[in-house]
Ligand binder design. Structure first.
Ligand code: 13P
Ligand code: SF4
Length: 326
Protein backbone atom coordinates (compact mmCIF):
# COMPACT_ATOMS: atom_id res chain seq x y z
CA UNK A 1 0.00 0.00 0.00
CA UNK A 2 1.11 3.57 -0.72
CA UNK A 3 2.64 5.10 2.47
CA UNK A 4 0.26 8.06 2.63
CA UNK A 5 -2.80 5.86 2.13
CA UNK A 6 -1.56 3.53 4.88
CA UNK A 7 -1.19 6.49 7.26
CA UNK A 8 -4.64 7.79 6.35
CA UNK A 9 -6.10 4.39 7.20
CA UNK A 10 -4.01 3.24 10.20
CA UNK A 11 -2.22 6.38 11.43
CA UNK A 12 1.26 4.84 11.04
CA UNK A 13 3.53 2.86 8.70
CA UNK A 14 3.46 -0.85 9.41
CA UNK A 15 6.45 -1.84 7.26
CA UNK A 16 7.88 -5.17 8.58
CA UNK A 17 11.05 -4.84 10.68
CA UNK A 18 13.79 -7.49 10.96
CA UNK A 19 13.27 -9.15 14.39
CA UNK A 20 17.03 -9.19 15.03
CA UNK A 21 17.36 -5.42 14.83
CA UNK A 22 18.20 -3.58 18.04
CA UNK A 23 15.58 -0.86 17.62
CA UNK A 24 17.01 1.46 20.26
CA UNK A 25 20.42 1.33 18.54
CA UNK A 26 18.89 1.86 15.07
CA UNK A 27 16.77 4.79 16.27
CA UNK A 28 19.81 6.51 17.81
CA UNK A 29 21.80 5.82 14.60
CA UNK A 30 19.10 7.38 12.42
CA UNK A 31 18.90 10.40 14.73
CA UNK A 32 22.62 10.98 14.20
CA UNK A 33 22.49 10.49 10.44
CA UNK A 34 19.43 12.70 9.95
CA UNK A 35 20.15 15.34 12.60
CA UNK A 36 16.95 14.29 14.34
CA UNK A 37 15.90 14.26 17.99
CA UNK A 38 13.28 12.24 19.83
CA UNK A 39 11.08 14.14 22.30
CA UNK A 40 8.88 12.04 24.58
CA UNK A 41 6.22 12.68 27.20
CA UNK A 42 6.35 10.89 30.58
CA UNK A 43 3.23 8.88 29.72
CA UNK A 44 4.71 6.94 26.77
CA UNK A 45 6.18 3.46 27.22
CA UNK A 46 9.43 3.30 29.19
CA UNK A 47 11.52 1.97 26.30
CA UNK A 48 10.60 5.04 24.22
CA UNK A 49 11.48 7.31 27.16
CA UNK A 50 14.85 5.54 27.35
CA UNK A 51 15.68 6.14 23.69
CA UNK A 52 14.55 9.80 23.72
CA UNK A 53 16.85 12.83 23.74
CA UNK A 54 14.49 14.58 26.11
CA UNK A 55 11.56 13.42 28.24
CA UNK A 56 9.36 16.07 29.82
CA UNK A 57 6.01 17.62 30.62
CA UNK A 58 4.14 19.59 28.02
CA UNK A 59 5.84 22.88 28.95
CA UNK A 60 9.34 21.37 28.85
CA UNK A 61 8.59 19.66 25.55
CA UNK A 62 7.41 22.89 23.92
CA UNK A 63 10.50 24.72 25.21
CA UNK A 64 12.72 22.00 23.70
CA UNK A 65 10.85 22.19 20.38
CA UNK A 66 11.31 25.97 20.31
CA UNK A 67 15.05 25.83 20.97
CA UNK A 68 16.35 22.74 19.13
CA UNK A 69 18.73 22.97 16.17
CA UNK A 70 17.70 19.54 14.87
CA UNK A 71 16.20 19.24 11.36
CA UNK A 72 13.70 16.59 12.44
CA UNK A 73 11.76 16.10 15.68
CA UNK A 74 10.19 12.68 16.23
CA UNK A 75 7.53 13.46 18.81
CA UNK A 76 6.33 10.64 21.05
CA UNK A 77 3.39 12.36 22.67
CA UNK A 78 -0.22 13.10 21.78
CA UNK A 79 -1.13 15.04 18.65
CA UNK A 80 -1.58 18.50 20.26
CA UNK A 81 1.98 18.29 21.65
CA UNK A 82 3.46 17.51 18.22
CA UNK A 83 1.30 20.26 16.72
CA UNK A 84 2.66 22.75 19.28
CA UNK A 85 6.19 21.69 18.29
CA UNK A 86 5.37 22.36 14.63
CA UNK A 87 3.87 25.77 15.39
CA UNK A 88 7.01 26.74 17.34
CA UNK A 89 9.41 25.22 14.82
CA UNK A 90 7.65 25.46 11.43
CA UNK A 91 10.91 25.04 9.50
CA UNK A 92 11.51 21.59 11.05
CA UNK A 93 9.97 18.29 10.09
CA UNK A 94 7.79 17.05 12.95
CA UNK A 95 7.12 13.32 12.91
CA UNK A 96 4.67 11.52 15.16
CA UNK A 97 4.97 7.70 15.37
CA UNK A 98 1.17 7.26 15.42
CA UNK A 99 -0.85 10.08 13.89
CA UNK A 100 -4.00 8.85 15.64
CA UNK A 101 -2.54 9.46 19.09
CA UNK A 102 -5.05 12.18 19.94
CA UNK A 103 -6.13 13.74 23.22
CA UNK A 104 -9.89 13.28 23.82
CA UNK A 105 -9.91 16.33 26.10
CA UNK A 106 -8.44 18.53 23.34
CA UNK A 107 -10.96 17.05 20.91
CA UNK A 108 -13.84 17.88 23.28
CA UNK A 109 -13.49 21.54 22.28
CA UNK A 110 -14.49 21.91 18.61
CA UNK A 111 -13.31 25.28 17.19
CA UNK A 112 -16.66 26.25 15.60
CA UNK A 113 -18.54 25.66 18.87
CA UNK A 114 -15.91 27.44 20.95
CA UNK A 115 -16.02 30.42 18.58
CA UNK A 116 -19.80 30.69 19.10
CA UNK A 117 -19.35 30.30 22.89
CA UNK A 118 -16.86 33.22 22.91
CA UNK A 119 -19.45 35.57 21.41
CA UNK A 120 -21.32 35.52 24.74
CA UNK A 121 -18.22 36.84 26.55
CA UNK A 122 -16.88 39.73 24.44
CA UNK A 123 -14.95 41.40 27.29
CA UNK A 124 -13.14 38.22 28.41
CA UNK A 125 -9.54 37.20 27.78
CA UNK A 126 -9.28 33.66 26.39
CA UNK A 127 -6.79 31.46 28.25
CA UNK A 128 -6.57 27.90 26.96
CA UNK A 129 -4.76 24.90 28.28
CA UNK A 130 -2.07 23.72 25.88
CA UNK A 131 -4.14 20.49 25.53
CA UNK A 132 -6.07 22.01 22.61
CA UNK A 133 -5.94 21.86 18.82
CA UNK A 134 -4.09 24.56 16.87
CA UNK A 135 -7.52 25.88 15.75
CA UNK A 136 -8.43 26.56 19.40
CA UNK A 137 -5.05 28.14 20.08
CA UNK A 138 -5.69 30.44 17.11
CA UNK A 139 -8.81 31.69 18.97
CA UNK A 140 -6.88 32.20 22.25
CA UNK A 141 -5.05 35.16 23.78
CA UNK A 142 -2.63 33.04 25.79
CA UNK A 143 -2.06 29.35 26.51
CA UNK A 144 -0.89 27.65 29.69
CA UNK A 145 0.17 24.22 30.90
CA UNK A 146 -0.42 22.55 34.25
CA UNK A 147 2.99 23.74 35.45
CA UNK A 148 2.52 27.44 34.69
CA UNK A 149 -1.29 27.94 34.81
CA UNK A 150 -1.19 29.80 38.16
CA UNK A 151 1.62 32.08 36.96
CA UNK A 152 -0.14 32.84 33.65
CA UNK A 153 -3.44 33.69 35.36
CA UNK A 154 -1.69 35.82 37.99
CA UNK A 155 0.06 37.75 35.21
CA UNK A 156 -3.38 39.11 34.21
CA UNK A 157 -4.96 42.08 36.06
CA UNK A 158 -7.05 41.01 39.06
CA UNK A 159 -10.29 42.39 37.60
CA UNK A 160 -9.71 40.89 34.14
CA UNK A 161 -12.56 38.63 33.05
CA UNK A 162 -11.24 35.29 31.82
CA UNK A 163 -12.51 32.30 29.88
CA UNK A 164 -10.61 29.09 30.57
CA UNK A 165 -10.79 25.70 28.85
CA UNK A 166 -11.01 22.89 28.14
CA UNK A 167 -10.19 21.31 31.53
CA UNK A 168 -12.73 22.32 34.18
CA UNK A 169 -10.83 20.43 36.92
CA UNK A 170 -7.66 22.44 36.31
CA UNK A 171 -9.78 25.59 35.84
CA UNK A 172 -11.61 25.15 39.19
CA UNK A 173 -8.35 24.43 40.96
CA UNK A 174 -6.78 27.62 39.51
CA UNK A 175 -9.92 29.61 40.43
CA UNK A 176 -9.51 28.37 43.99
CA UNK A 177 -5.81 29.12 44.43
CA UNK A 178 -5.89 32.51 42.68
CA UNK A 179 -9.29 33.73 43.94
CA UNK A 180 -10.45 34.30 40.34
CA UNK A 181 -13.81 33.46 38.89
CA UNK A 182 -12.92 32.28 35.40
CA UNK A 183 -15.69 31.06 33.10
CA UNK A 184 -14.93 27.37 32.53
CA UNK A 185 -15.43 25.18 29.49
CA UNK A 186 -17.03 21.87 30.45
CA UNK A 187 -14.19 19.45 29.60
CA UNK A 188 -12.20 16.84 31.51
CA UNK A 189 -9.44 14.30 30.93
CA UNK A 190 -11.10 10.91 31.29
CA UNK A 191 -7.84 9.43 32.62
CA UNK A 192 -7.54 11.91 35.52
CA UNK A 193 -11.21 12.59 36.13
CA UNK A 194 -11.68 8.85 36.62
CA UNK A 195 -9.37 8.44 39.61
CA UNK A 196 -11.25 7.16 42.63
CA UNK A 197 -11.30 9.26 45.83
CA UNK A 198 -12.79 6.26 47.67
CA UNK A 199 -9.93 3.98 46.69
CA UNK A 200 -7.54 6.80 47.57
CA UNK A 201 -8.98 6.98 51.09
CA UNK A 202 -8.43 3.24 51.54
CA UNK A 203 -4.86 3.51 50.21
CA UNK A 204 -4.15 6.40 52.58
CA UNK A 205 -5.48 4.38 55.53
CA UNK A 206 -3.34 1.39 54.54
CA UNK A 207 -0.27 3.57 53.90
CA UNK A 208 -0.33 6.44 56.41
CA UNK A 209 3.33 7.19 55.62
CA UNK A 210 2.63 7.81 51.88
CA UNK A 211 2.44 11.28 50.34
CA UNK A 212 -0.34 11.78 47.78
CA UNK A 213 0.89 13.55 44.64
CA UNK A 214 -1.80 14.59 42.16
CA UNK A 215 -2.03 16.18 38.73
CA UNK A 216 -4.45 19.16 38.66
CA UNK A 217 -6.52 17.39 35.96
CA UNK A 218 -7.79 15.03 38.71
CA UNK A 219 -11.33 15.44 40.01
CA UNK A 220 -11.86 17.74 43.01
CA UNK A 221 -12.46 14.90 45.50
CA UNK A 222 -9.00 13.49 44.72
CA UNK A 223 -7.33 16.92 44.78
CA UNK A 224 -8.78 17.56 48.24
CA UNK A 225 -6.92 14.49 49.52
CA UNK A 226 -3.58 15.39 47.89
CA UNK A 227 -0.46 16.53 49.73
CA UNK A 228 1.00 18.05 46.58
CA UNK A 229 -0.59 19.12 43.28
CA UNK A 230 1.60 19.63 40.22
CA UNK A 231 2.42 18.88 36.60
CA UNK A 232 4.01 15.57 35.61
CA UNK A 233 7.50 17.12 35.90
CA UNK A 234 6.51 18.72 39.23
CA UNK A 235 5.35 15.37 40.63
CA UNK A 236 8.50 13.59 39.42
CA UNK A 237 10.76 16.28 40.91
CA UNK A 238 8.92 16.11 44.23
CA UNK A 239 9.68 12.37 44.53
CA UNK A 240 13.35 13.04 43.71
CA UNK A 241 13.89 16.01 46.02
CA UNK A 242 12.27 14.79 49.23
CA UNK A 243 13.25 12.39 51.98
CA UNK A 244 9.77 10.81 51.95
CA UNK A 245 9.94 7.21 50.78
CA UNK A 246 6.41 6.31 49.76
CA UNK A 247 4.01 8.00 47.32
CA UNK A 248 0.51 7.50 45.96
CA UNK A 249 0.66 8.79 42.39
CA UNK A 250 -2.51 10.38 41.00
CA UNK A 251 -1.47 10.78 37.39
CA UNK A 252 -0.93 8.47 34.43
CA UNK A 253 1.36 5.62 35.58
CA UNK A 254 3.85 6.07 32.70
CA UNK A 255 5.50 8.59 35.05
CA UNK A 256 6.57 5.73 37.36
CA UNK A 257 9.25 4.73 34.85
CA UNK A 258 11.42 7.80 35.54
CA UNK A 259 10.60 7.73 39.26
CA UNK A 260 11.82 4.15 39.62
CA UNK A 261 14.97 4.95 37.62
CA UNK A 262 15.80 7.98 39.78
CA UNK A 263 14.97 6.37 43.16
CA UNK A 264 14.44 2.61 42.83
CA UNK A 265 14.37 2.16 46.61
CA UNK A 266 11.29 4.37 47.05
CA UNK A 267 7.73 3.01 46.82
CA UNK A 268 5.27 4.33 44.22
CA UNK A 269 1.61 3.29 44.32
CA UNK A 270 -0.42 4.24 41.23
CA UNK A 271 -3.89 5.48 42.19
CA UNK A 272 -6.55 3.20 40.64
CA UNK A 273 -9.65 4.45 38.78
CA UNK A 274 -13.30 4.28 39.90
CA UNK A 275 -13.92 1.01 38.04
CA UNK A 276 -13.11 -1.63 40.73
CA UNK A 277 -11.97 -4.13 38.09
CA UNK A 278 -9.21 -1.81 36.88
CA UNK A 279 -5.89 -1.30 38.65
CA UNK A 280 -4.66 1.72 36.70
CA UNK A 281 -6.01 4.67 34.72
CA UNK A 282 -4.09 4.56 31.44
CA UNK A 283 -3.88 7.13 28.63
CA UNK A 284 -4.49 4.75 25.70
CA UNK A 285 -3.48 7.43 23.21
CA UNK A 286 0.01 7.90 24.67
CA UNK A 287 0.43 4.11 24.60
CA UNK A 288 -0.32 3.98 20.86
CA UNK A 289 3.33 4.82 20.20
CA UNK A 290 5.78 1.91 20.02
CA UNK A 291 9.45 1.43 19.25
CA UNK A 292 8.53 -0.11 15.87
CA UNK A 293 6.33 2.87 14.95
CA UNK A 294 9.06 5.29 16.07
CA UNK A 295 11.64 3.39 14.03
CA UNK A 296 9.46 3.45 10.89
CA UNK A 297 8.57 7.12 11.43
CA UNK A 298 12.26 8.05 11.42
CA UNK A 299 13.07 5.72 8.53
CA UNK A 300 10.28 6.90 6.20
CA UNK A 301 10.02 10.41 7.72
CA UNK A 302 6.28 9.85 8.07
CA UNK A 303 3.66 10.51 9.47
CA UNK A 304 4.42 14.22 9.44
CA UNK A 305 2.43 16.85 11.35
CA UNK A 306 1.40 19.58 8.91
CA UNK A 307 -0.77 22.70 9.09
CA UNK A 308 -1.41 25.74 6.93
CA UNK A 309 0.97 28.72 7.35
CA UNK A 310 -1.99 30.89 8.33
CA UNK A 311 -3.09 28.53 11.12
CA UNK A 312 0.47 28.21 12.45
CA UNK A 313 0.90 31.98 12.49
CA UNK A 314 -2.34 32.48 14.46
CA UNK A 315 -1.66 29.59 16.90
CA UNK A 316 1.90 30.80 17.56
CA UNK A 317 1.03 34.09 19.29
CA UNK A 318 -0.66 32.67 22.43
CA UNK A 319 2.01 29.97 22.83
CA UNK A 320 4.86 32.47 22.52
CA UNK A 321 3.13 34.76 25.00
CA UNK A 322 3.03 31.83 27.45
CA UNK A 323 6.68 30.92 26.87
CA UNK A 324 7.76 34.52 27.54
CA UNK A 325 5.99 34.49 30.92
CA UNK A 326 7.34 31.01 31.79
P1 13P B 1 1.78 17.84 31.80
O1 13P B 1 1.84 19.22 31.25
O2 13P B 1 1.79 17.82 33.29
O3 13P B 1 2.81 16.98 31.18
O4 13P B 1 0.35 17.24 31.43
C1 13P B 1 -0.01 16.92 30.14
C2 13P B 1 -1.14 16.03 30.11
O5 13P B 1 -1.66 15.73 29.06
C3 13P B 1 -1.64 15.51 31.36
O6 13P B 1 -2.71 14.68 31.13
FE1 SF4 C 1 -5.12 13.97 27.03
FE2 SF4 C 1 -5.70 12.96 29.43
FE3 SF4 C 1 -4.08 11.60 27.80
FE4 SF4 C 1 -3.27 13.88 28.99
S1 SF4 C 1 -3.79 11.93 29.96
S2 SF4 C 1 -2.99 13.32 26.87
S3 SF4 C 1 -5.17 15.08 28.95
S4 SF4 C 1 -6.25 12.08 27.45
Amino acid sequence: MDNNKEIEKKGFIESPIDKNLDLAFEIRKMCKEKNAIVLAHYYVDGEIQDVADYVGDSLGLSQQAASTKADIIAFAGVHFMAETAKVLSPERKILIPDLFSGCPMADSMPAEIFEEFLKDYPDHIVVTYVNTTAEIKALSDITCTSSNAKKIIESLPKDQKIIFGPDKNLGSYINEITGRNMVLWDGVCSVHDNFSAERLKTLKNDNPDAKVLAHPECNKEVLLLADMIGSTAGILNYTKNTDYQKFIIATEPGILHKMKKANPEKIYIPLPPKNPRMEMSICRNMKKHSMAKLYNALKYELPEVLMSEELMEKAKRPIERMLKIS
